[in-house]
Unconditional design. Structure first.
Length: 448
């Protein structure tokens, strides 16, 4: 059974669905805790303010004890079970005064006593209900200049605070739900936009698989640019490799044409026939080597030019035995080229073959030593010559520019490929006395 392929989008969505409630829940808990703390602090401040109000309103005398009469302006102290209560007790728990709102309530009398001048705040239970309290111990100076230790206690029911907290939580839940929905929507849009280059890459890869595109597009983000660039290089390398294989087959057929023509002439003895067979074997091995190699050729080898030219002229005279022509070779045995022997034979073979086909009666090969030590080889013929546009056309693989016989239009294209790979400068020019000359400028020894 085939497993379902993983998806980056699905992973992100699932991660977001898991993480979003957790993050929002922690955020809501932190906000709720902070809000509750602010409510408690506000209530403590309110109780402290009520304490100072009570402290300013209370009076003491020997007959009646502590009284407030109508000086206590807070209405919650006079309203029965209002939720705000106060009393004054002695340190031993004896009640000295209580607010009218606390009637019928059993207010605490066993509590921790602070030092005089210090206040205590906290929570306590009264009739099974939760209250906040503010407690302050004071020394009251009587008319007889005696210090009376008393404890002020104020109590505020937490019902309203809890109600307000619940209302806040409901509002926060609504807003957190809206935030979660908008966050999922926004992150989905961002995710869709952020993964767009990956979808584009997948689409272009499918087009490549179907053969509807030749390379990946440009303008990818920097995170994908290196990948797409390497893929394009790999695709281009594979394309060049296929093209090199196809070209090699054509080059092989073109290279075998000359020795096959010599063999078909029937003017060979056994030694010459074996020589042509060996040459065909070398050509096959050479073309196979070229099919799997690429890049600039190493120029450490030195190949003598004259022996190769002599062998090629001798072979071509047998091929074109029905067309008498004179071949002049003005080379010395010390003239060398920094090119592999097989490359040089393929290069000169094609150029000399074209010169023999184009000439009327004469082909001339000579060389010159340049100032920088480089060797310039010249191949001349006395034919009708070529126009520059004809040369440019013949450099295209498969384009034929000659009308001297059958051909595949590969000769000059092969010459161009070898010259480019070996760093040889190739020039074509017309001769003043008719015909054309091909110049091969080999790399100087300093570059080899």
């Amino acid at each position: 059974m085939a497993t379902r392929r993983s998806s980056i989008s699905r992973r992100l969505i699932i991660s977001m669905i898991i993480a979003m409630p957790l993050l929002l829940g922690l955020t809501a808990a932190a906000i709720d805790r902070a809000y509750l703390s602010s409510l408690l602090k506000a209530e403590e401040n309110r109780l402290q303010a009520q304490f100072f109000s009570l402290l300013g309103a209370v009076e003491w005398n020997e007959e009646d004890g502590f009284r407030t009469d109508d000086r206590l302006k807070e209405p919650d102290f006079w309203q029965f079970r209002s939720g705000l209560y106060a009393d004054i007790q002695s340190p031993d728990g004896k009640q000295l005064w209580r607010s009218l709102s606390a009637d019928t309530l059993s207010l605490p009398n066993n509590f921790e006593i602070s030092r005089p001048g210090e206040a205590l705040t906290g929570e306590t239970l009264i009739d099974q209900k939760s209250f906040l309290y503010y407690r302050y111990r004071a020394l009251w100076e009587t008319e007889e200049n005696e210090d009376l230790a008393i404890v002020f206690s104020l109590y505020s029911e937490k019902t309203n605070l809890i109600r307000e907290q619940r209302q806040f939580r409901r509002q926060m839940a609504i807003w957190m739900t809206i935030v979660a929905f908008l966050s999922v929507l926004l992150i989905s849009v961002i995710q869709y936009w952020g993964l767009k280059p990956l979808r584009r890459l997948a689409k272009e890869l499918r087009l490549l698989e179907k053969g509807k595109a030749e390379r990946l597009g440009d303008n990818y983000p920097s995170e994908l640019a290196a990948i797409t660039s390497n893929l394009n290089q790999l695709i281009e390398k594979e394309r060049r490799q296929r093209e090199r294989y196809r070209n090699t087959l054509g080059d092989l057929a073109h290279s075998l044409k000359t020795p096959l023509a010599v063999l078909k002439s029937g003017q060979l003895d056994d030694t010459q026939r074996n020589e042509q067979i060996e040459r065909m074997d070398n050509i096959v091995r050479y073309q196979l080597r070229r099919a799997v190699s690429s890049g600039q050729q190493q120029l450490h080898t030195k190949t003598q030019i004259k022996p190769l030219v002599d062998r090629l002229i001798h072979t071509l005279q047998k091929v074109y035995h029905t067309k008498p022509f004179t071949a002049e070779v003005a080379l010395n045995d010390q003239t060398t080229a920094p090119v592999d022997e097989q490359d040089l034979m393929e290069l000169l073979g094609n150029l000399l073959d074209n010169a023999c086909k184009a000439c009327h009666a004469r082909v001339c090969v000579y060389a010159e030593l340049m100032v920088n030590g480089a060797v310039a080889l010249f191949i001349e013929n006395d034919g009708k010559g070529l126009e520059q546009e004809d040369i440019d056309s013949m450099m295209i693989r498969g384009k034929r520019g000659d009308q001297y016989g059958d051909g595949q239009g590969l000769g000059l294209a092969i010459v161009r490929d070898i010259a480019d790979s070996c760093g040889i400068e190739l020039r074509f020019a017309a001769r003043e006395q008719g015909g054309s000359v091909v110049t091969l400028l080999f790399p100087s020894p300093s570059n080899s």
